[in-house]
Design a protein. Sequence first.
Length: 258
Amino acid sequence: MDEKVLLVTGATGTLGGEVLRLAAGRPVRALTRRDAPPERDGADGVDWRTGDLTAGTGLDRALAGVDAVIHCASDPARPGNDLPALRHLLAAADRAGVRHLVYVSIVGVDLVPFRYYRAKLACEHLLAAAGPNWSVLRATQFPQLLDSMLAGLSRLPVLPMPAGTPVQPVAPAEVAARLLELAAGDPVGRAADFAGPEVHDATDLAASWARAVGRRRRVLPVRLPGRLGAALRAGGLTAPEHRAGTATWGDHLATKAG
């Protein structure tokens, strides 16, 4: 993007941090709600700006002179915040004349009836109605999310996992590289999905995780009922035709075992 300024929201998260790391050497701003910029390894030279997407404060200063935005900020614990946050960001980006907004979504938001997924899909619809200056990249689940989920479940005597559910983990660094590539180009609307190189059954994934971290837990397949269970078993979390990533689940487990 030459000397054009890129703004990253959600820059303190897993994906946003990878975007900052890979964008080193370019003019990059990062939006944070903190008064003092956080310290991030590999993120030297980042211009930290304070603002609150949910409240809509501080955004005009953060976006002044910005060419493109990579919007990684999201609130899975309070998904109702995502839509107003995007509205505020879009309005501020319009005032600032931002050329391109890249939005990170999730494979399956239109298929799997999670509350958080419905919020992400509503954000996609808002972008589609906002005009032509946007791109959406749907990615599959990050290994770090699966780690967190499995670590919580491992406190139980067994590891309950949805039966017959394929998953396709993707490395956040690879998604970050694709986001930077998109932001440097012209808006494309819905980009091709970005998924990991391998599809695993959720129960197999859990068993391999338990072995890697030394947790002696039997995996208990649980057949989830209703629309949710049907969507998961039908592969709603996967995009096998879009195996864009190269880092495998085994690669991730090797780092944990080490």
